[in-house]
Design a protein around this ligand. Structure first.
Ligand code: TYM
Length: 332
């Protein structure tokens, strides 16, 4: 029997709810992979402090994020689901990887450029700058073969691969060079108000948060920007708004995009939005019920979390020890 591939991915606890881009681009893949891989999934709270934050809000969002991972179908018996700050090896490996990262290559990361320009010039933290190095540490610590993510993470994963190869070349074979795993179709869910940008929690008007009030969810979908044409047809270049709604409808209804087009042939954009709202609301209802159930038993939630951290450390600690040995550090 061949060993199962190792999978790792992470999500930031930086909103009160995950949005449909997170679920369709990443979390659905995470859940599906559980039957074919040895999976490690993290709520990456160390990443969440790279921009200004409120401690009480972060605390609550970390618990809610963890509960949402369970609500989308991650199973703590099958997968290792943990909170990043509870595994100190992440920050330790990040230091090491930071010492083999060039200033030039870190400066080329486009997410840093986008986020730091939003923070205002000079206001961005060093932590925001080194964010992708911490992400590389998350992945390399677990010898992950594959990293399931949305399209926006590709560049960060390239850096992880480069750092793994560089370390291996300089200090001997240590890390697995991870592959990016991007889902077909839903890797980039677009903003409902501006379908030329990806859906993002930083642009809440066009972002559907699954734990929001159903009325808010329905309104956002029904006021989605489409185009002046009348045809319901998938064409990402010329009709990004309509194509995005078809992608969302298809993903939440388990029908292919072609089947959705056929179902709506001859109908108007109001029908497309109505059907999309219907399937998203049905999903959101069970999603929020399950999330609330997991949050209601706080002691049990914290027990599962701690158990996840213990399982994660059992893998992370020996990897860090190997790295330290390769670097020439004297054994403690
Ligand atoms: P984060 O928290 O922004 O997003 C979590 C996951 O959701 C995906 N995603 C999307 N997919 C499709 N369409 C969208 N509009 C959309 N918006 C978000 C993201 O691609 C991601 O997969 N840097 C990471 C967190 C991280 C990580 C890691 C990921 C830290 N360490 C190690 C993988 C491996 C991030 O900010 O994701």
């Amino acid at each position: 029997m061949t060993a199962q591939p190792r999978v790792l991915s992470g999500i930031q606890p930086t909103a009160d709810s995950f949005h449909i881009g997170n679920v369709l681009g990443a979390l659905n893949q995470w859940a599906d992979l559980q039957s074919q891989a040895d999976c490690f999934y993290a709520v990456v709270d160390l990443h969440a402090i790279t921009v200004a934050h409120d401690p009480a809000v972060l605390h609550q969002r970390t618990l809610t994020s963890y509960a949402q991972l369970l609500a989308v179908g991650l199973d703590s018996e099958k997968s290792t689901i943990f909170v990043q700050s509870q595994v100190p090896e992440h920050a330790q490996l990040q230091w090491v990887l930071g010492c083999i990262t060039g200033m030039g290559e870190a400066s080329r990361m486009t997410q840093f450029k986008d986020k730091s320009s939003k923070e205002g010039s000079g206001a961005a933290s060093v932590g925001l700058f080194t964010y992708p190095i911490l992400q590389a540490a998350d992945i390399l610590l677990y010898a992950a073969d594959e990293v399931p993510v949305g399209e926006d993470q590709r560049q960060h994963l390239e850096l992880s691969r480069d750092l793994a190869e560089r370390f291996n070349t300089r200090f001997g074979q240590t890390f697995v060079v991870p592959k990016t795993r991007v889902i077909k179709g839903a890797a980039k869910i677009l903003d409902l108000q501006d379908p030329t940008s990806k859906m993002s929690k930083s642009l809440p008007a066009g972002c559907v948060f699954l734990l929001d009030d159903p009325k808010v969810i329905a309104k956002k979908i029904k006021t989605a920007v489409t185009d002046s044409d009348m045809e319901i047809r998938y064409d990402l270049v010329n009709k990004p708004g309509v194509s995005n709604l078809l992608t969302i409808l298809s993903a939440f209804s388990d029908l292919s995009v072609e089947e959705c087009e056929r179902e709506l042939a001859g109908k108007g954009y109001g029908d497309l939005k109505g059907r999309t709202a219907e399937v998203v609301l049905a999903y959101a209802e069970q999603y929020s019920t399950r999330t609330r159930e997991f949050l209601a038993d706080r002691a049990e939630l914290e027990r599962i979390m701690l158990d996840g951290a213990t399982k994660a450390r059992a893998v992370a600690a020996p990897m860090l020890a190997k790295v330290y040995e390769r670097l020439g550090f004297v054994h403690a």
